[in-house]
Design a protein around this ligand. Structure first.
Ligand SMILES: Cc1ncc(COP(=O)(O)O)c(C=O)c1O
Length: 442
């Protein structure tokens, strides 16, 4: 089925969203406040979410495998989160001082993540990575930041480099060139960024050894979640740990998404201990949140009681009590049994997708871990960002649109997730619809 046919079908089903979008266009550039959620011809407007389902302005119901881009691990409006948030909201939405919920959430996180000796809260994953990088710079007195080609860490300048660059303009695979991923990123950022190739330990060690004494931090998403959920090859994270320790580089694990895969995140699953960890998404019960923490001697630069090189970290809504209450309620639901259930849902989905793909003889595959999955339209062995750039760039979007028109929500690029609100029957419904979408392409 062509993209045009899919878009026409979508338009026919979303007339109220179209009206709202036209209104939005008059007051916002592109009618939009969040680039990620935009797609042509216009995104559907969402009016309600409950459990595993979401409803749009035209009244259409969809099974939600997007989960606000992996945030909603319990599904929409989980009763215990709603209760905790509502209870706090009636007592006050935000205060000019700390609350008990903040200390409780900090306690829950530091207990789950042993490398996180201490933690601070912010309002987004972006703020979390920005502050972790700043801590590393203050601690080491160095200014460069190393990151992986294809990795996404939010929208501040220091990480908007080589997020989804054109490989033809990014130098060699073994020594990728820093490329700005957005307008407005100053050249000085590129000069202070070292880009590494994922899963190539030899190349990484070589680059880091050469520039290591200038590098404050290496930021790593241990699952490369936004580059296609590309698991680290055995021993790769261990090599990064060894070389960063040897060169005095602060190793930051950005677990904004990968914290989904175990009670202690990907670092627990892979058995590698970073210096700092950044969190977001699932830890706020669906509200705006970020957190960063780790070794006390690095984090102590944030101690407001003073000291040399103190970092100021204001933020009107940092650790606001409603978010913290939602976060505590969410963490309490995430028991070991809950993770086993999430793993089972993810395994069922990935196995089913493999069956559909092999039956239809599609050049495709599925990656992922725990409740996370990504459908790739290539048979190539996926090791790094460059290997996963799809040959047919439009195929992920056609899949997204096909699913959307048939009552299932994914992300535009192929990333999806299961939530605890889902049943096996919901996963099977995904597979049935996915099968139909794939068939129409065959
Ligand atoms: C790995 C990773 N880091 C950081 C961020 C930024 O988080 P936020 O969107 O809350 O700013 C994201 C967002 O998707 C992410 O996936």
């Amino acid at each position: 089925m062509t993209l045009e046919t899919l878009v026409n079908d979508y338009k026919a089903k979303t007339s109220r969203s179209r009206q709202m979008y036209e209104e939005a266009l008059r007051v916002m550039p592109g009618g939009n406040s969040r680039t990620t959620t935009f797609f042509d011809p216009y995104p559907f407007f969402i009016t309600r979410g409950a459990g595993a389902r979401i409803w749009d302005a035209d009244g259409a119901e969809r099974l939600d495998f997007n989960g606000n881009y992996t945030s909603l691990i319990l599904g929409h409006a989980h009763p215990s989160v709603v209760e905790a948030v509502a209870e706090q909201a009636t007592r006050g939405m935000s205060f000019p001082g700390p609350s008990e919920h903040e200390v409780r959430l900090a306690g829950l996180l530091t207990t789950r993540i042993p490398s996180m000796e201490v933690v601070r809260f912010a309002n987004s994953g972006t703020e979390a990575t920005m502050n972790a990088v700043r801590a590393a710079r203050a601690f080491t007195g160095r200014s460069k930041l190393a990151k992986f080609e294809g990795a996404y860490h939010g929208t501040h300048d220091w990480v908007l480099v080589s997020v989804s660059p054109d490989p033809a303009k990014s130098g060699s695979r073994k020594r990728p060139k820093p490329v700005a991923s957005s307008g407005g990123v100053p050249d000085t950022v590129l000069k202070h960024t070292v880009v590494l190739p994922w899963n190539d330990a030899e190349a990484c060690v070589k680059i880091l050894e050469k520039q290591g004494r200038d590098i404050a931090a290496l930021i790593v998403d241990p699952l490369m979640a936004n580059a296609g959920l590309l698991e680290p090859q055995p021993g790769f994270l261990e090599r990064l740990r060894e070389v960063t320790e040897r060169l005095g580089i602060v190793l930051i694990f950005d677990e904004v998404i990968s914290f989904r895969v175990a009670p202690g995140g990907a670092q627990q699953r892979f058995g590698v201990r970073p210096d700092l960890t950044t969190l977001g998404k699932i830890i706020g019960g669906g509200l705006a949140v970020g957190a960063f923490g780790g070794r006390a001697e690095v984090m102590n630069y944030y101690d407001p009681r003073g000291g040399k090189g103190r970092i100021s970290h204001g933020g009107t809504f940092n650790a606001n009590p409603v978010t913290m209450a939602g976060g505590v309620a969410t963490m309490q639901e995430l028991t070991p049994e809950a993770y086993a259930r999430l793993d089972a849902l993810g395994d069922r989905l990935r196995a089913g997708v493999k069956r559909v793909l092999s039956k239809s003889k599609q050049a495709a595959q599925v990656t992922g871990l725990g409740s996370l999955f990504w459908i790739h339209w290539t048979k190539k062995r996926l090791t790094d960002y460059r290997s996963r750039v799809p040959a047919d760039a439009e195929r992920p979007l056609r899949t997204f649109m096909g699913l959307l028109n048939d009552g299932v929500l994914l992300t535009q690029r192929g990333l999806g997730c299961c939530s605890l609100a889902m049943t096996d029957a919901d996963v099977d419904r995904f597979l049935e619809v996915f099968g139909r979408v794939v068939e129409k392409e065959a």
